[in-house]
Design a protein around this ligand. Sequence first.
Ligand code: GLU
Length: 338
Amino acid sequence: MIRFCHLDLTCHVKAVLTLIRGRFAPTPSGRLHIGNARSALLAWLHIRAAEGQFILRIEDIDKSRSRAAYAEQMTNELRWLGLDWDEGPDIGGPYGPYVQSLREERFQHALETLGLNGKLYPCFCSRAELAAIASAPHGLESEGPAYPGTCRHHTEEDRASRAAAKQPSLRFAMPEREIAFDDMAMGPQRFAPGAGGDFVVKRADGVIGYQLAVVVDDAAMGVTHVVRGCDLLDSTPRQMALYESFGWPIPRFGHIPLLVGTDGRRLAKRDDAVMLGEIRAAGTKPERVVGWLAYWSGLTDRPEPLAAAELIPLFDWASVSRDTVVVTPEALRELACV
Ligand code: GLU
């Protein structure tokens, strides 16, 4: 009995002392490539080096794009790579469920809160109208062209008459002030007032937007540090504006530069040579992949095979390279050597 009390207390003290919580939150819309694996590895190393808690969350809120089979494959491949997590869909945890499609009620509740605080407005723009602004300046790389706020100033009467004819989407009104933050990987970042324009938090077909879901889940799961690919860097001011509207503490962010092909373009899901599943199936050892990921990230000076856990003592943001990495066919061939 005494022993149980002691163990319980140890767990409790550990939970209270663990201030750092991070996550990897893939969308299961395809297979993992080595660029995704690198983001997962760095997010994991950052947390493990700080003796924090790591979460795996599956972001399948857009059901039409997500497949359970991909989620399962991603989970297996991350484990194969040598990563582990303290909470996740396969092992549960105190902040579950860890699958976004099972958390819809929380998003609806969050939408109500934003609506009551006057942060949302209905948008009746058609696809054609939105396509017409596609050439407008000041868009976001991750989100396309900035919405010019066409529906922001409609009167209530106008909204009511339009709503009779068309189901609107809901947009979040971005604050008109600069948003700045210090990125753990990329250093100081500044975004002009209204960066990227007002964004959709609920589509006309009822699907909750990524920006809202990710903020609600990270906050509810006590995530203190978000490490992810640089393709989401310009989503961060939007997410920070959401945190502020809810009055929730804002996590720290770290955005990892992308891996690109020799053509300068992002690694493509259709290229088998960069897919973790293909590399694994060919008989390559995970240590070989991890060795290259660490080398590309600036954590080691040559791509020697290493277990993920061996990198924990080497992790340091100061060594993580801020440059985009070009993955050459020669490097891929060496990586995939059996
Ligand atoms: N689910 C998003 C994706 O796979 C990433 C979310 C995040 O890390 O903020 O692109």
